[in-house]
Design a binder for this molecule. Structure first.
Ligand SMILES: [Zn+2]
Ligand SMILES: [Zn+2]
Length: 95
């Protein structure tokens, strides 16, 4: 009989219950997600009018801290008030 193997099997069976579910819920996930808010905009093209979707951009919070105004299509819902971030600033702030 192989003792090591049977111990590993027991560990694997216990693992899913080792982490309390409450701990997972409390952990804030920071993800860069695409902004879903949009407005409809009428665009005149000759005689016809096209209605286009325009995503409401946010100002990048990382650049704002550097006194620069940069619009981004992404936001972090894990942060307070889900601020906008560009990919570069997001990784800077969250790493
Ligand atoms: Zn965040
Ligand atoms: Zn940025």
């Amino acid at each position: 009989m192989n003792l090591y193997d049977s111990r590993m099997t027991i560990l694997e069976n216990l693992l899913p219950q080792a982490v309390p579910t409450e701990q997972i819920k409390l952990k804030i996930q920071h993800n860069l997600t695409k902004i879903e808010n949009f407005k409809l905009r009428e665009k005149r093209d000759g005689n016809s009018t096209k209605i286009t979707k325009e995503i409401i951009r946010k100002e990048c919070k990382g650049y704002r801290a550097k006194k620069k105004r940069v619009a981004t299509l992404y936001e972090c819902k894990g942060c307070d008030a889900s601020p906008g971030y560009c990919t570069a600033c997001f990784s800077n702030v969250h790493s």
